[in-house]
Design a protein around this ligand. Structure first.
Ligand SMILES: Nc1nc2c(c(=O)[nH]1)N[C@H]1C(S)=C(S)[C@@H](COP(=O)(O)OP(=O)(O)OC[C@H]3O[C@@H](n4cnc5c(=O)[nH]c(N)nc54)[C@H](O)[C@@H]3O)O[C@H]1N2
Ligand SMILES: Nc1nc2c(c(=O)[nH]1)N[C@H]1C(S)=C(S)[C@@H](COP(=O)(O)OP(=O)(O)OC[C@H]3O[C@@H](n4cnc5c(=O)[nH]c(N)nc54)[C@H](O)[C@@H]3O)O[C@H]1N2
Ligand SMILES: [Mo]
Length: 763
């Protein structure tokens, strides 16, 4: 039987396995829903069931009997809990008092049950009727400069809701539509179109069956997309090499025991996942990728000089790409010393990885936040495509680029109009369908919205889910600024800190979770979403709603829209709410190529795939080809102030018991952290150098010369297997340390994986 981890030391057992099965059981027991919860889980990620509310990993056409993972089960239990935060709870607590509660304590109260408005006299949220809430919000929005309002979306809202929300903002007159992907894969959305002409990944589930090699950058799969371990395990059984680049040895990427395989569970048989594990420096990805490209280009030069067989796919390069010569020259000129210094990896290790890649007929490259949340995040994404293009690894079976997306519909909401960029929406279609002039001025993304809030240029903030104030950087600068807003509206399932940092007028509007049955005029409704592999799926709720007073997200968006916008005979919000298939018809009419025959195809087992030019080697770029893009620098952050030896780089990351700012419990068993999230993990040599010992309590301070003091105290020091000069701590506890301006240059994704800090012992 697999050894179970019981002690307090770091986890050494495979991901999945008995620890996973027990953890699922325990959270469901805690939520008093064990039996019922288990029945619910059998409907998760099935063609006729509901799509998991946790990650966005692809849903197979032939699902396992239990197509869920430990963390999907936790997210489900969190939504179908019996715990409630009714108006009576709010009658007992002022907002000021609740502000002192932790993220976990706030959400743990339970599901919100009734619409509420903040009462300035008592400093409490008080129940009001839905129609009154809509009318008041409408009155407060009308007459305002549309560009002083911000419409934020977290990535869980369905395609239907997102489409309506984007339309509401544009009919109101603004493109201020920031979303969670602005903090997440925006480096992908900016980097890929210039390189290969698509904003999303090209890999589908089928490609996993045909690939000969996988390169994995900056993703904690065992925790953040656990179902994907099945694909990795199957590939490993075929002997496919997996090369991982990650500063931490994440257990899920080291080995895996399938909790749904009785044989593996009983025998403790585990699959080794990574065949080569390279613990690079934080932000060393551009340099590491440059090392791989350099090796390939020079090995090809040598092979051709000696009459050997080429390493690069010259036919593909000639027919399909642009900029190869300039890129190849730049790589030839880059010296190994610089590559080794910036990546923290040796030439020998990089050469071994490059040789493995060169030996694969079809290779794919997968990545997560370790790549995108850096100052040079966009450049690293483009180094990914450079490496793939060298061997024609885009647009053939088993090959391609696979950005592993975050929220379950974060990719989809961008597809249906959630974007601050007016060039990314079909204005002609909106004009034709709804007879209004879509705003042409570029709107604000997340960082720009924060800047505008600080500068007093925003007066109203409408949030469709999420926890904006907690997920964004620079908490101590931002928190007072929220108070200056005139209006805050939060559509949410559970209480969080953003609801407490409210404006002068504040509304908290509780909605159905998509696990719940959504009954409207024409009967029970379904919604849809797009997964990480560009496939669209239908999803039907199966659980009775947490409260009879809840409205669905489409109904809430329609309520606000009708109360705010002048009547428009071309948009019948009520009919849409009565029958969501009409919203899907509208989506299809707006995006006919992507959503052809939407209402029927959304129930295809495995979903239906959106057309992507790059998959067919049609390049929708300025040059009409796939572009090699020369990196500007190998340095992760060339703009970082000159730093001394006492400065270390901090990454802020998720633990095993959280979904973003939703903290289920304080343990992170894979990494051996129990009962706290206020820790900072350091390389033992750095600890010695800085005079720190295990269990010392320290204050971390950001190194930034802009006149603001950014500190987080109460962090317990722990030694960890992490490269020298690097440290890790938890998101969102460490977010006060990220300066708002410390973001990826082109995409403005906050550089949450590389914050320059110093440490001092707490007095
Ligand atoms: N259970 C669960 N599932 C989730 C989420 C959740 O919170 N909980 N969140 C969802 C969301 S919104 C997202 S975006 C995804 C996030 O999923 P991930 O992309 O896995 O995000 P993080 O947890 O931030 O982990 C980042 C990983 O990158 C590594 N890393 C850090 N810096 C670097 C670097 O410089 N280079 C490289 N190569 N690696 C680095 C870290 O060690 C870590 O393994 O997960 C989604 N799924
Ligand atoms: N330091 C640091 N900061 C980061 C990151 C990092 O790695 N490090 N990661 C960034 C990333 S990748 C992301 S995606 C963002 C996440 O930012 P957000 O998406 O804004 O935050 P979440 O924590 O996912 O939002 C949780 C809240 O959503 C609400 N909610 C849950 N389900 C529903 C639903 O079905 N409908 C509605 N209307 N509301 C619902 C609940 O009230 C819950 O409290 O954070 C970013 N911030
Ligand atoms: Mo994300």
């Amino acid at each position: 039987m697999a050894k179970e981890h019981t002690g307090k030391g770091p986890h050494t057992n495979p991901a999945g396995g008995w620890g996973s099965a027990r953890a699922v059981g325990s959270i469901l027991v805690k939520e008093h829903r064990l039996l019922h919860g288990s029945r619910v889980l059998t409907h998760q990620n099935k063609p006729d069931g509901y799509m998991c509310v946790s990650c966005s990993w692809a849903k197979p056409a032939n699902p396992h009997p239990f197509e869920f993972c430990e963390n999907g089960a936790k997210a489900t239990a969190w939504d179908i809990t019996t715990k409630r935060a009714p108006p009576g709870f709010f009658a007992e607590h002022t907002c000021t008092e609740l502000e002192s509660w932790s993220d976990h304590e706030l959400e743990a109260v339970g599901r919100l049950t009734a619409p509420m408005r903040w009462d300035p006299q008592t400093d409490k949220y008080v129940e009001i009727p839905w129609q009154q809430a809509f009318d008041e919000i409408g009155a407060l929005l009308r007459g305002r400069d549309p560009d002083a309002a911000v419409f934020y979306t977290s990535g869980r809202a369905s395609l239907e809701t997102s489409y309506m929300f984007a339309l509401l903002a544009r009919m109101y007159g603004t493109n201020n539509l920031p979303d969670s992907s602005n903090m997440c894969h925006e480096s992908t959305s900016v980097g890929l179109p210039k390189a290969i002409g698509v904003p999303v990944g090209t890999v589908t589930l089928e490609d996993f069956e045909h690939t000969d090699c996988m390169l994995f950058f900056g993703h904690n799969t065992g925790t953040n997309a656990p179902r994907m371990l099945h694909q990795l395990q199957e590939a490993r059984k075929r002997g496919v090499p997996i090369i991982t680049f990650n500063p931490l040895r994440e257990p899920g990427l080291v080995s895996f025991t399938n909790p749904q395989s009785p044989v593996e569970m009983l025998t403790g048989k585990e699959t080794r996942i990574s065949t080569q594990y390279l613990q690079l420096r934080l932000g060393g990805d551009t340099a590491a990728l440059a090392g791989l490209c350099k090796w390939l280009i020079e090995a090809d030069d040598a092979a051709r000089a000696s009459g050997g067989s080429p390493i690069l796919d010259h036919a593909f390069i000639a027919e399909h790409t642009h900029g190869f010569e300039a890129f190849a020259d730049a790589m030839r000129k880059t010296d190994w010393q610089e590559i080794e210094r910036e990546s923290g990896l040796t030439r020998a290790d990089l050469s071994q990885a490059a040789a493995t890649y060169a030996g694969a007929r079809a290779a794919m490259l997968l990545y997560g936040m370790g790549l995108t949340q850096h100052r040079n995040g966009v450049q690293s994404v483009q180094m990914v495509t450079n490496l793939l293009l060298l061997r024609g690894n885009i647009g053939k079976p088993g090959a391609g680029v696979c950005p592993i997306r975050g929220h379950s519909n974060v990719q989809g909401q961008r597809t249906v109009g959630i974007t601050e960029n007016p060039d990314k929406v079909p204005a002609d279609k909106l004009r034709e369908l709804y007879h209004f002039e879509p705003p042409a001025k570029k709107g604000m993304n997340t960082v720009e919205a924060c800047e505008a809030i600080l500068e007093g240029r925003v007066s109203a903030f409408i949030a469709l889910g999420g926890n904006f104030a907690r997920a964004t950087p620079d908490h101590y600068r931002m928190e007072p600024a929220w108070r200056n807003l005139d209006l805050t509206v939060n559509v949410a399932t559970r209480l969080n800190r953003s609801h407490l940092l409210h404006g002068r007028h504040a509304y908290l509007l509780p909605c159905l979770s998509r696990i719940e049955i959504d009954r409207q005029a024409t009967g029970e409704q379904a919604v849809s979403m797009e997964d990480s592999t560009g496939c669209f799926h239908g999803s039907r709720g199966i659980q009775e709603p947490a409260s009879g007073t809840l409205l669905s997200e489409p109904a809430i968006v329609a309520g606000i829209a009708k109360a705010t916008l002048p009547p428009n005979p071309h948009v019948d919000w009520d009919r849409w709410v009565g029958d969501y298939s009409l919203i899907r018809d509208a989506i299809e009419a707006t995006y006919p190529k992507i959503f052809k025959d939407f209402n029927r195809r959304m129930w295809n087992p495995g979903g239906f795939h959106r057309p992507l030019g790059a998959c067919e080697r049609k390049w929708e770029t300025e040059t009409g080809k796939a572009n090699f893009i020369v990196p500007e620098t190998l340095d992760d952050d060339p703009d970082m102030p000159e730093t001394g030896a006492d400065v270390i780089r901090l990454m802020t990351t998720r633990g095993d018991n959280q979904f973003n700012t939703t903290v289920y419990a304080l343990d992170d068993r894979f990494r051996g952290v129990y009962g706290t999230r206020k820790v900072i993990m350091l390389n033992p040599d750095d600890m010695a150098r800085l005079g720190l010992r295990e269990n010392d309590v320290v204050v971390a301070s950001t190194v930034a010369h802009d006149g603001f003091r950014r500190e987080v105290g109460g962090l317990t020091v722990r030694p960890y297997n992490i490269p020298a000069g690097c440290a890790w701590g938890y998101y969102p506890e460490c977010n006060p340390l990220i300066p708002l301006w410390h973001h990826a240059k082109e995409s403005k994704v906050p550089a949450a994986k590389s914050i320059p800090i110093t440490l001092r012992k707490e007095a």
